[in-house]
Design a protein. Structure first.
Length: 240
C-alpha cells in the first residue's frame, strides 16, 4: 500500500503574502515541524504526493490540487484519503504529477485566498510546471474548484468540478479555461441543475466545456470520474 507523504503548512490568515516557513529538522514519518505564531497564522494541513521519478528526474511536473467534500473537513488528516485521488494513491495508484490535497477546517468553506497561497508555496518549494496546474474537487470541493478558478482564472490549465454549486453569472471569467464538469442526474444533495446552468452559460459564450451527467448516479458522481483513465488523459493534455 503506497502512503502519501504528510506535510504541515502554515498560511497567513487574511494577508496577501506568505512569510517563508521556518522548517525544523525532519522528524519520523516524514512530518515537518514549523515554528509559527498561533495568533497570526492559520494552520492548514495537507497531503502531498510526489510522483515516481521526482527525486531523480530533473524536470518541471504538473500539479493537481484536490479539494475534498464537507464530510472530510476537520483535523484528522487521514479523512482526506476517503475519496478521490488521495484514496487512489493510498491504494497504490501511481500518478505522473504532484498531488496536493489540503484539509478544510471544520465548519468552514474553502478559502480561495488560502488555496492560492498554498499553490504559491508549492511552486516555490517543488519543481512545478506553471503551465500545467489543475484543480478538481467534489461537492463542497466542487464548489471550491469553481470558486478558486473564478478568483484566479489565469492560474489554471484546466479545472474539473464535480457536483459543486456555482453561480452561472460568473461564467465570463471561465470561458477560456478548459473545463470538464461532472454531476449525477439523481443527486439530491446538490441539484444537477447547478452544473447544467453553468455549462449552458459557458457554451453561450463560446466555451467548449465538457459535461458528463451520469444518468443513474446520485451525489457520488466522483468515484466513476476519478477511476476513469480518459479523465486523467484529458486533464494532463491541457496546457495554459
Amino acid at each position: 500500500m503506497k502512503l502519501l507523504h504528510l506535510f504541515i503548512a502554515f498560511l497567513i490568515f487574511n494577508f496577501s503574502f506568505l512569510i517563508p516557513l521556518k522548517v525544523l529538522p525532519q522528524q519520523t514519518n516524514k512530518y515537518f515541524k514549523v515554528e509559527v505564531q498561533k495568533d497570526v497564522f492559520m494552520e492548514t494541513w495537507f497531503l502531498l504526493y510526489l510522483p515516481d521519478g521526482y527525486d531523480t528526474i530533473n524536470q518541471p511536473w504538473p500539479l493537481v490540487i484536490f479539494l475534498h467534500g464537507s464530510g472530510e473537513s476537520g483535523n484528522i488528516l487521514e479523512m482526506v484519503k476517503k475519496n478521490g485521488p488521495p484514496k487512489l494513491a493510498e491504494f497504490g495508484r501511481s500518478f505522473p504529477f504532484i498531488l496536493v490535497s489540503p484539509q478544510c477546517p471544520e465548519d468552514q468553506r474553502w478559502s480561495t485566498d488560502v488555496l492560492d497561497m498554498l499553490l504559491d508555496e508549492m511552486a516555490a518549494r517543488y519543481r512545478v510546471d506553471s503551465s500545467r496546474i489543475y484543480v478538481t474537487g467534489l461537492s463542497m470541493g466542487g464548489q471550491g474548484t469553481w470558486d478558486l478558478a473564478i478568483a484566479y482564472p489565469d492560474r489554471f490549465a484546466a479545472i474539473a468540478p464535480i457536483c459543486g454549486k456555482v453561480d452561472p453569472g460568473d461564467a465570463a471569467k471561465l470561458k477560456d479555461i478548459p473545463i470538464w464538469v461532472f454531476h449525477g442526474a439523481k443527486d439530491d444533495v446538490v441539484p444537477p441543475e447547478m452544473s447544467q446552468n453553468m455549462v449552458n452559460a459557458l457554451k453561450a459564450m463560446g466555451s467548449d466545456v465538457k459535461f458528463t451527467l451520469y444518468p443513474d448516479a446520485g451525489h457520488d458522481s466522483w468515484t466513476e470520474t476519478y477511476e476513469n483513465p480518459e479523465f486523467w488523459e484529458w486533464l494532463l493534455e491541457q496546457h495554459r
